[in-house]
Design a protein around this ligand. Structure first.
Ligand code: BGC
Ligand code: NOJ
Length: 816
C-alpha cells in the first residue's frame, strides 16, 4: 500500500494522505539555518546546532508521535469552524490534501470548507530564516471571512536545558512585540547575542506570545482557545512558555486568492551593539529590519525559491543517470543524493529518531558520509576534512564525535573506537580522487584543536594508520577498543549495571579483543595510502603501506578466515566470534563486505565462497541481515549487540549501511546480477509499494529494517541520518554503474545486471562534463572505451591535457 507517489520531474515526493504510518519528514535549509518538517507541518528549527541553538520547541516520543511544529490555523468567521490546513494539530478531515516534499522545501496543500490553502515552507539560500508562504483561495461562490493564526512554540535555545531545567526556565522567558513583529529574546539580557523573530506580511488583528493565553487552560494545540474564539489575546510572555502567534483576518471574494507570508528567523548582534538604545534592554533591530522587510514581499520570496531550485539543479546535475530501472534513476538522480547532502549537514544529530541533543557529528560517520557528497560540494568536503582532522588526537586516534558549533572533540564520549582513525584516510582518498587537490595534504592541521600542534594533513593520515599498527592483539589483528564500525560490539565493556553506556564503559584493559573488520578496513585504507604516497613520490611510504596491507591480509587469512567466510572478532577471552564454532553469531556481514572490498579473496575464489555464504545465511527478501543466528540473550562479553531482541538493530536486523558493502563485494567478483538484486531489495523507492509494512519514508534510506528473527520483519526504523545513504550511493554509482573517480581520471567499469543493454550517465568531474553511454555487446564485464570517437586502452579516461569542457564517451561492455 502507498501513501503517495513520486513526481520525478518536479523532484518531489507527493504524500496524498496525512496519516502516514510514521511522520514522513523533510529538511529545510542547506547552510546554517535548518529545520525538520513533517508531512503535517510538525518539526522544529535551529541555527547550526540542534542542541545549542534551537529556535522552536519539539517534544520527542510524544503522543501523538508528531506534535508541535509550524502550525497555521484557519477559521471561518461566519460559523466559527476552524481547522489545520496541514491536518495536524486539529485533525479535522480535509477534503483534499497533498504534501510535496522537495529539495529543501515542503509544500502542504489542502482544501477544507471550500477554502484552498497552500503553504510553501523553505529557507532562502544565504539567510538565517525560514519562510512560510500561505496562499489562500476562496473556492466558494460568495465572499469568505477567514482568520488565519500562526503558531510556533519557542525553545529556550539549549534544547537539553529547555527540556529539563524548569525551575529556572519558567522565569527567564522574555519577548518583545514591536511593529507587528514578535521577537523572542530569552537570555538575551545576559550572555546570548542572538534572538529570534517571527513576522507576518499582513496587518495583524492580534498576536500572542504566552502559550497558555493562546491555548487556554487544559487545552492542547488541537483546540486553542484563541482560535476557537477568533480573537487573539495580545498576551505578553513573562517566563513560562513563550510562543509566537499572529492573527490575520482576510475577506476573500469568490475565487479570490491571497498570499500571507510568515517569516521565522535567527539573528546575532555584535556584543557591543546588542541593545538600542545602548543603555536599554531593547533588542537592536537595525540589521534585522531590512531582512524582514525584504522577505515579506512576494516577489522576493519567489526569487529566493527559484534560487533554491537552481541550487539543487546544479548540485544534482553533477551526476545524472538513465538506466533501465526507474527506482535506480530516481534514487541516484534525486533522493539518494539529497539524503547524502542531509547527512553532510546533520551527520547523526537531528532527525525524528535522533533528538538533536544526544550525538554531535560522528567522526567515522562524517568521514564515511563524505564519500556520498564529495562530488556535489568538493569545497565544503575540503573544509569538513580539515575540521575532522583538527580534532584528531596526537596518537592518531579520534574523538568519536565532535560538536558542529565548536568544531571540537566531544569529551563525554571520548575516543577508543578503534576503526575511527582509518575512515579519515578513505575520506581524503575520495576527496583527492574527486578533485585532484593534492595540496590539501600539505595543509597544516592541528591535533585536538591545539594551537602549535599543526602538522601537514598527510601526517595525520600516516598517524591514523599507525594507530592501528600500534594496537595489535594476540593474533596480530587490530584491537577493537570500545567498538569498531559496529558500535554495539563492545568486547571490553562487560557491563552488568543498568543504565551504563555500552560505548563508554570499559571494564577490560582492551589488550585481547580483536576485530577482523578493522583488519579489512586497514587493508583498504593502507592500499589507498600507498597510492597517495606514490603520487607524492614518497616511494618509501608506498612500500611501507603495501607491506603493511600485505601483512594484514596474511593475518586475516591466518586468523580471520573461517573456511567459508571471514570471522568477525576475537573476544576478551580470546574466543572467536563469527565462526562455525559459535552457536549464535556464526556469521556476520561486516567482515565479508569490507575484506572483499579491500580485495581479499577476489582472485582465489575465497571471496566467492564468502559471498555465497552471505547469500545462504544472511540474505532475505527485505535485505541482508547483519548476523546469524541472532543472539537470543544478553551476553556480558559481547555488550550492546546482545541487548537488542533478535532481529532488531545490530542484533540481526537488516542494518542497511552494511548491505552496500556486499553489493560492492559482489561487483569485485563480477556478479552484477547479484549486486543489483541486493541493491533493489533495500531501495526505498522499490519498497514504496509496501509502505504499510516498511513504515518509513519511501524516498530515503532508513538505518534498519527489522530482520527475519523479528516479529515485525520488514518494518523500517531510523530514517534519514544513516551511513546507508552514502554507502548505497557509492555502491550503485561507483561499483554497479562503475563510474569511479580515480587519481588519474574517471574510470568506467560497470558490473551491471546481465539483462541490461546499457545506460547513460552525465558526470561532472574536474570541470569536465562527461557524457557517457554504456552499451552491452555481450556477456561479462570487460570494458572497451571510446572517447570522442577514439579508442582508449584500459578502463580509465585519462584527464584531458587540452582545454576541454565536455567529452563524449562510449563504453562497450561484454565479451564480443
Ligand atoms: C547504535 C546504537 C548505539 C549508538 C551509540 C549506534 O550505532 O545503533 O544502538 O547506542 O550507536 O552511539
Ligand atoms: C550508527 C552509527 O552512526 C554508525 O557509525 C555505526 O557504525 C552504526 N550505527 C553501527 O553500529
Amino acid at each position: 500500500m502507498k501513501y503517495g507517489h513520486f513526481d520525478d520531474a518536479a523532484r518531489e515526493y507527493v504524500i496524498t494522505r496525512p496519516d502516514t504510518p510514521l511522520p514522513w519528514i523533510n529538511y529545510l535549509g542547506c547552510e546554517a539555518y535548518f529545520g525538520l518538517i513533517s508531512n503535517t507541518a510538525g518539526g522544529y528549527s535551529f541555527y547550526k546546532d540542534a542542541r545549542l541553538r534551537r529556535l522552536t520547541r519539539y517534544r520527542y516520543n510524544n503522543a501523538p508521535y508528531d506534535m508541535g511544529g509550524r502550525y497555521i490555523y484557519l477559521r471561518d468567521n461566519s460559523d466559527g469552524k476552524f481547522w489545520s490546513p496541514s491536518w495536524m494539530p486539529v485533525r479535522s478531515a480535509l477534503d483534499e490534501y497533498t504534501c510535496r516534499h522537495g529539495m529543501g522545501y515542503t509544500i502542504i496543500w489542502s482544501i477544507s470548507n471550500q477554502i484552498e490553502a497552500e503553504t510553501r515552507y523553505f529557507v532562502p539560500l544565504g539567510e538565517n530564516l525560514e519562510i512560510w508562504e500561505l496562499t489562500l483561495t476562496n473556492k466558494r461562490n460568495k465572499t469568505a471571512d477567514i482568520s488565519a493564526f500562526s503558531a510556533v512554540e519557542f525553545c529556550l535555545w539549549d534544547a537539553w536545558d529547555d527540556s529539563t531545567n524548569f525551575q529556572r526556565n519558567f522565569s527567564t522567558g522574555e519577548m518583545e512585540f514591536v511593529d507587528d513583529v514578535i521577537y523572542h529574546k530569552t537570555e538575551y539580557r545576559e550572555r546570548r547575542d542572538h534572538f529570534a523573530y517571527f513576522a507576518c506580511s499582513e496587518k495583524l488583528n492580534g498576536f500572542d506570545t504566552q502559550r497558555e493565553a493562546f491555548l487556554g487552560a487544559y487545552r492542547g494545540w488541537d483546540s486553542p482557545a484563541v482560535v476557537e474564539a477568533g480573537e487573539s489575546s495580545n498576551s505578553a510572555a513573562h517566563g513560562w512558555q513563550p510562543i509566537g502567534s499572529h492573527h490575520v483576518k482576510v475577506q476573500l471574494k469568490a475565487g479570490e486568492s491571497k498570499k500571507i507570508i510568515f517569516i521565522l528567523g535567527y539573528h546575532e548582534n555584535p556584543k557591543d551593539a546588542k541593545f538600542d538604545p545602548p543603555d536599554s534592554q531593547t533588542i537592536n533591530k537595525h540589521k534585522v529590519k531590512p531582512i524582514i522587510a525584504k522577505y515579506l514581499q512576494v516577489k522576493n520570496v519567489e526569487a529566493a525559491f527559484v534560487a533554491l531550485r537552481d541550487y539543487w539543479t546544479e548540485l544534482l546535475g553533477k551526476l545524472q543517470v538513465n538506466t533501465p530501472d526507474e527506482h535506480t534513476n530516481r534514487m541516484v538522480n534525486i533522493w539518494n543524493a539529497y539524503q547524502c547532502m542531509i547527512t553532510f549537514n546533520m551527520s547523526r544529530s537531528a532527525s525524528y529518531f535522533e533528538s538533536g541533543i544526544g550525538r554531535g557529528m560522528g567522526y567515522r560517520d562524517s568521514n564515511q558520509d563524505l564519500l556520498g557528497f564529495v562530488h556535489m560540494i568538493p569545497e565544503r568536503a575540503r573544509e569538513r576534512i580539515l575540521d575532522l582532522a583538527a580534532t584528531q588526537l596526537i596518537n592518531g586516534g579520534a574523538f568519536h564525535q565532535y560538536q558542529s558549533l565548536t568544531k571540537r572533540g566531544n569529551n563525554e564520549v571520548g575516543s577508543g573506537f578503534n576503526d575511527d582513525p582509518a575512515w579519515l584516510v578513505l575520506a581524503v582518498a575520495a576527496y583527492l580522487k574527486e578533485t585532484g587537490d593534492w595540496v590539501i595534504l600539505d595543509a597544516p592541521v592541528q591535533y585536538e584543536n591545539e594551537d602549535g600542534s599543526e602538522t601537514p594533513l598527510y601526517e595525520h593520515l600516516q598517524r591514523s594508520l599507525q594507530y592501528t599498527l600500534d594496537r595489535l592483539g594476540p593474533n596480530e589483528l587490530p584491537l577493537i577498543g570500545r567498538a569498531d564500525w559496529n558500535d554495539c560490539l563492545n568486547l571490553n565493556c562487560f557491563s552488568d549495571t543498568p543504565g551504563q553506556s555500552f560505548q563508554t564503559t570499559t571494564n577490560k584493559d582492551g589488550k585481547v579483543a580483536e576485530s577482523v573488520f578493522i583488519a579489512g578496513l586497514f587493508v583498504l585504507a593502507a592500499k589507498e595510502m600507498a597510492e597517495i604516497a606514490g603520487h607524492r613520490q614518497e616511494a618509501g611510504e608506498t612500500t611501507k603501506m603495501q607491506q603493511a596491507a600485505a601483512q594484514m591480509e596474511a593475518t586475516i587469512w591466518k586468523s580471520g578466515w573461517d573456511g567459508k567466510w571471514f570471522r568477525r572478532a576475537y573476544d576478551d577471552f580470546g574466543h572467536v566470534l563469527g565462526s562455525k564454532e559459535n552457536t549464535e553469531g556464526q556469521i556476520f556481514i561486516e567482515p565479508q563486505g569490507i575484506c572483499i572490498w579491500a580485495g581479499l579473496g577476489v582472485e582465489d575464489g575465497r571471496a566467492e565462497l564468502a559471498l555465497d555464504s552471505v547469500a545462504k545465511y544472511l540474505a532475505t527478501p527485505h535485505g541482508i541481515v547483519l548476523l546469524q543466528p541472532a543472539f537470543s540473550q544478553y551476553y556480558l562479553h559481547l555488550g550492546e549487540i546482545s541487548s537488542y531482541p533478535p532481529g532488531y538493530k545490530e542484533n540481526a536486523s537488516i542494518f542497511c549501511h552494511t548491505n552496500p558493502w556486499i553489493m560492492i563485494a559482489e561487483t569485485k567478483i563480477g556478479r552484477g546480477d547479484q549486486a543489483f538484486d541486493y541493491y533493489t531489495r533495500i531501495n526505498p523507492s522499490k519498497r514504496e509499494e509496501i509502505s504499510e509494512l516498511h513504515k518509513c519514508e519511501p524516498y530515503v534510506y532508513p538505518q534498519m529494517i527489522a530482520g527475519k528473527d523479528a516479529p515485525t520483519y520488514g518494518e523500517a526504523k531510523n530514517s534519514w541520518l544513516s551511513g546507508t545513504a552514502a554507502m548505497n550511493f557509492v555502491a550503485i554509482t561507483q561499483a554497479i554503474l562503475g563510474i569511479q573517480p580515480q587519481y588519474d581520471g574517471l574510470e568506467i567499469k560497470p558490473v551491471i545486471p546481465s539483462g541490461w543493454q546499457g545506460f547513460e550517465v552525465v558526470r561532472h568531474f574536474r570541470n569536465v562534463r562527461y557524457e557517457i553511454s554504456v552499451s552491452r555487446k555481450g556477456a561479462g564485464n570487460i570494458v572497451s572505451l571510446v572517447v570522442e570517437g577514439k579508442p582508449v586502452p584500459g578502463t580509465i579516461i585519462p584527464l584531458p591535457t587540452w582545454d576541454v569542457r565536455s567529452l563524449k564517451v562510449t563504453a562497450y561492455i561484454g565479451s564480443e
